[in-house]
Design a protein. Sequence first.
Lengths: 580, 288
Amino acid sequence: MLQQLSWKVGGQQGEGIESTGEIFSMAMNRLGYYLYGYRHFSSRIKGGHTNNKICVRPTQVRTIPDDLDILVAFDQETIDVNYKELTEKSIILADAKFSPVAPEDCLAPMYIVPFTEVAAELGTSLMKNMVAIGATSALLNLDKAVFQEVVDEIFGKKGQEVVEKNMQAIQQGFDTMAEQLGDRLGEWELVPADGKHRLFMIGNDAIALGALAAGVRFMAAYPITPASEIMEYMIKKLPLFGGAVIQTEDEIAAATMAIGSNYGGVRAFTASAGPGLSLMMEAIGLSGMTEQPLVIVDTQRGGPSTGLPTKQEQSDLMQMIYGTHGEIPKVVIAPSTGEEAFFDTIQAFNIAEELQLPVIILSDLQLSLGKQTVDPFDYSKIEIRRGNLINTEEIPEAEDKSYFKRYEVTEDGVSPRVLPGTKHAIHHVTGVEHDETGKPSEAASNRKAQMDKRMKKLQHVNFSDPVYVSAPYEEADILFVGFNSTRGVLEELQQTLIAQGMKVNHAHIRLIHPFPAKEVQPLVANAKKVVVVENNATGQLANILKMNVGGHDKVINVLKYDGTPFLPLQLEKQVKELLK
Amino acid sequence: MVTFKDFRNNVKPNWCPGCGDFSVQAAIQRAAANVGIQPHDLAVISGIGCSGRISGYIHSYGFHGIHGRALPIAQGLKMANKDLHVIASGGDGDGFAIGIGHTIHSIRRNIDLTYVVMDNQIYGLTKGQTSPRSAEGFKTKSTPGGAIEPSLKPLELALTSGATFVAQGFSSDIKELTAIIEAGINHKGFSFINVFSPCVTYNKVNTYDWFKENLTKLSDVEGYDHTNREEAMRVVMENEGLVTGIIYQNEDAPSYQEQVPGYAPTPLVDQNLKMSETEFNTLLQDFM
């Protein structure tokens, strides 16, 4: 029996490759397995090679393996592009329709199965995906009943006949494959799972759900890969809570609209990727200067410029920390799992209101789009904190129309916040340097007082667990450091190296700015080498680490910026090479 | 009873003596009082430039944003609190150069707010460069040989963008201007109001006298029907945009907010943020 299964389906974009992966995954999820998916896709609607790789096992998984056990191919390109991931123990299931040819150096046997033909005989070649799923279930020796529930859910709306046809397609796929396999039937059977129902979602779902749970009632956004799913989720769900989404004319409007809504007292946000964030920079400065809460999600993708819109990268880090002209207090949060994406999003809205400043939720393409199994979120852990928000009619009437001190200099830098519409609290808000009542002021003493007040707020960030730490060793040979979606691959490599006799600790940074130096410093001090693993070309996280905690003599950069995520074996090799 | 004095604060504007913007400020204050708005229920959202300072000169909530972005800030605010009266304002550079995209899309979107452009056909605060509203041939620091690009036509632009309220005023005629802004505030939807607000320092062509000589009041045009878009377009074109009054109004068009599916009838700001456990579990079901 297999301890874990690595399965991939590939074909032309627009051919239903994604739904094949989706249906297979849903069924495995219902059986209680943990899954982690990776989508290879291009920036076009139809055509071009696409594939969906899924790792399945009975325990938590947050990375895709290097190798493949099963490759399902709907075109020759799928074989040509992916066969190097196959071993002697793997298998290719190829649709007979395209007369597949296995490359000479391909290690795995290829089985040619009439996916399209079987589907066409049942009525429509569109069901070739279901035939392939049936064939897969023969390899895994799965009961086709597993798929009944999923097929009901997906095709139920289209009527009983469609459901039955699809189930027949699965059955015939199974039978056809079983015949060809002979003795090998069920050879890829997986160790059983616990049958528990868990969440199966992409990171963007977790972020959007987190925003809704945080009390968001308004979103303004402009479509962009890989962030659009957040907006699409909010469009579906916000009406149930009385809220609204505006698809704006550009990202500048999206960010400034969100500021306007927050100014009005409603939790609002926007979500985008690098190009959109570049456009929002001035608005981020406005939020910082006028002390209006603002939450922005940046789902990183390959940059610069239009870059690699559908590929993995982590190169927006510096821009998120420092971007906008001048100096403002800003918080940057980087969740690394589905669960963190949910809870950190709620924390982001709390911090934005408590400290009245912009908060960036940094994600990356693999976290945002990689579909993964997540243990159900605990409702009792949802906490809403709005900070010093005065919403009362009890503010005394000011004499001679003097303004409310919206920017009062206080000990922690946080001033009382009132909302427009509040009696006796009229004040002015401006991106120009201003005095305590919001009136423009260029006086040197006022400038310093307001600047100090704003920056001081960063000393009071109330974020729980700013670093994920797995540090079994007091003195370590290696400390791995990463952020966002590299969490799983580093967890895996840590275990591998420990099994090989090395002492390895792992710190994954969740609060990027202000940097949790207090938590990271001792880990760095107690490690011989600090290996910072990130998907960019210049070692941005490593530089941030060095700026905040030092360790210049022992920091080693492990970089990957070819658009693909790190894989465990590849990374192991890369790390060992650098440690030599 | 609210009067325009309730909308005065104790800040002295830093506009040049004689600037058209003084009258715009006064007209907004009078219109707000005439409509019966309490100062704390009014929010004035402004852009950047001389005119952008207006949010700090009216005793109401005020938000002085960034260049060209008064409209999205104003729309976000109105979406958050539909009970507030929101007036966005700025200059012709703000609304027709850097912020033109927002102007057109705000008109299309038709969220219930009032937008007052103080149009002086010049960049004043940066000391005299051409504006999208400068006439062809207009000589400025940035167009020493005269402006080459034709002047942008805000009224035609608004009419073709699906505006439900289009008007134009003139700083010298504060009575008419007040009435226009009042009608704009009362209009259910986005009201677009362009105001000729002369710059006495940098625009020596489009002066008060020049406007007095060239402007036609629509109230003087016999039988003018401001509910007829074609007629509005014709009259505006015939007069090369030099008209004042309510040019077009469609009182029947629903505002954006009336059409948003599920949008709460009470202001969003009054909502309880925490969802119930039942609601939460229902949401989780989608992912099981």
